[in-house]
Design a protein around this ligand. Structure first.
Ligand SMILES: O=C(O)[C@@H](O)[C@@H](O)[C@H](O)[C@H](O)CO
Ligand SMILES: [Mg+2]
Length: 403
């Protein structure tokens, strides 16, 4: 099956998405997500100007060889732009191979290891009361796992709380908007949030929280200890993880499970975290960690320790990534949980898909391939609109901090 053409489709149905479409001489096409929030055009150019010329004429069935060619052959390895581009090619090729085999992607990976993919929803509120109401709303919809993020008294804007409650979209301006931050106010407030949430939902709902890289290791250790009475499923991105060793300090002080990795793009970013059992869940994704091919390698390393998967699934990962992720999640033996921030109706219309939600679980469906398509005519009605993620400054002196 020869690759005859490939093109990048950039669209903005409420937010920007970058999609790679690969065509073959057998009339089959494959899709891959290449969306990198706030840096979309960098990946679009990497694909169009540097990758696609090398794909034409290659055998689409040679997924591994093409992956190695694009990784080793780039010389400049790793990084979010390179690995998102490789991921898009890899995902499209797995889509093609499963379609050519006449089966859903999860069957090609090794079949279903579970009946469905447990997901967690995002309950966000401007304050504790509204966040509790949102958590109860998700519980009523059948979610078994719910992430809670709320505004912090004294801070105007914080991560995870957007305009309204149904959808949170962090890329909110033509140039980066500025948030203010106070670790002290956050550390005082968050245990109160989870005391109220746990009292409201009872003991059986999995509760999650995203610190979003904001704390130092010792501050993260303190928060982990303060949250222990509320039995979190995980505390995510407790501290920036370029220094993987930093998690050893957190690990020494708390039994609150730790998750990290949505910004990682190869196994090298998490090798030490996994091998030293400094985390419990690895959050790497199909779109940002080199596609299905590389994500399997990360999951296999994690399975030795035993670290489970908990892939990122925010609105800025397209339905193409979500579809492929669900096939991966249904198969992978050391599955933990899948984030499901949901997309808007206009996004879902551009990306028709086979996956379905029921009673707190997603299922990828039985369509061949990953089961997600793109309506190119509709996508063309939503041209790219530059949008940046915010930046964050310490409230007391304006120091640029982690967003
Ligand atoms: O866990 C999460 O969903 C967050 O960390 C994301 O919303 C993240 O802020 C965005 O994906 C960044 O583009
Ligand atoms: Mg996160």
């Amino acid at each position: 099956m020869k690759i005859t053409a490939a093109r990048v489709i950039v669209c903005c149905p409420g937010r920007n998405f970058v999609t790679l479409k690969i065509e073959t001489d057998q009339g089959l096409t494959g899709l891959g997500d290449a969306t990198l929030n706030g840096r979309e055009l960098a990946v679009a150019s990497y694909l169009t100007d540097h990758v696609i010329p090398c794909l034409i004429g290659r055998d689409a069935h040679q997924i591994e060889d093409i992956w190695q060619y694009l990784y080793r052959g780039a010389y400049w390895r790793r990084g979010p732009v390179t690995m998102s581009a490789i991921a898009a090619v890899d995902t499209a090729l797995w889509d093609l191979k499963a379609k050519a085999a006449g089966m859903p992607l999860y069957q090609l990976l090794g079949g279903a290891s579970r009946t469905g993919v447990m997901v967690y929803g995002h309950a966000n509120g401007r304050d504790i009361a509204q966040t509790v109401d949102e958590v109860l709303r998700y519980q009523a919809q059948g979610y078994k796992a719910i992430r809670a993020q709320s505004g912090v008294p004294g801070l105007e804007k914080v991560y995870g709380v957007g305009r309204g409650t149904m959808f949170y979209e962090p890329a909110d301006a033509d140039l980066p908007s500025e948030h203010d931050w106070s670790t002290e106010k956050y550390l005082r407030h968050t245990p109160q949030l989870f005391d109220a949430v746990r009292r409201a939902v009872g003991p059986d709902i999995h509760l999650l929280h995203d610190v979003h890289h904001r704390l130092t290791p010792i501050e993260a250790a303190r928060l982990g200890k303060d949250l222990e009475p509320y039995r979190l499923f995980w505390m995510e991105d407790a501290t920036p993880a370029e220094n993987q060793e930093a998690f050893r300090l957190i690990r020494q002080h708390t039994t609150t499970p730790l998750a990290v990795g949505e910004v990682f793009n190869t196994v090298w970013d998490c090798k030490d975290l996994i091998q030293n059992q400094l985390i419990d869940y690895i959050r790497t994704t199909v779109v940002h960690a080199g596609g299905i091919t590389h994500l399997r390698r990360i999951a296999d390393l994690a399975a030795l320790y035993p670290v489970r998967t908990g892939s990122h699934g925010a609105t800025d990962l397209s339905p193409v990534c979500m579809g492929a992720a669900l096939h991966f999640d249904l198969w992978v033996p050391n599955f933990g949980i899948q984030e499901y921030m949901r997309h808007t109706d206009e996004t879902d219309a551009v990306f028709p898909h086979a996956y379905t939600f029921s009673d707190g679980f997603l299922h990828p469906g039985e369509a061949t391939g990953h089961g997600v398509d793109i309506d190119e005519a509709l996508a063309a009605k939503y041209p790219y609109q530059r949008a940046y993620l915010p930046v964050n400054r310490q409230q007391h002196d304006g120091t640029l901090w982690h967003w």
